[in-house]
Design a protein around this ligand. Structure first.
Ligand SMILES: [Cu+2]
Length: 67
């Protein structure tokens, strides 16, 4: 499980865009988006850097750590 801190995720539409980007990168991922915290907890078997790149490619600067 990884926690991504996602800049500029300010509304429900942003959260939806981020979730879609995560799911596109890893359809098997489970993603729990927290809009108030501007974060996402993601369970993935992929390299988390791949998920992070997908979030950033969707337009949201992001960093992550293992939790
Ligand atoms: Cu938004």
């Amino acid at each position: 499980m990884y926690k991504f801190e996602i800049q500029n995720m300010t509304c429900a539409h942003c959260a939806s865009t981020v979730e879609k980007a995560i799911k596109a990168a890893d359809p098997a991922a489970s993603a729990n988006i927290n809009l108030a915290e501007k974060s996402a907890k993601v369970d993935t078997r992929l390299d988390p850097a791949t998920i992070n790149a997908a979030i950033e490619n969707a337009g949201y600067p992001s960093r992550f750590r293992q939790i």
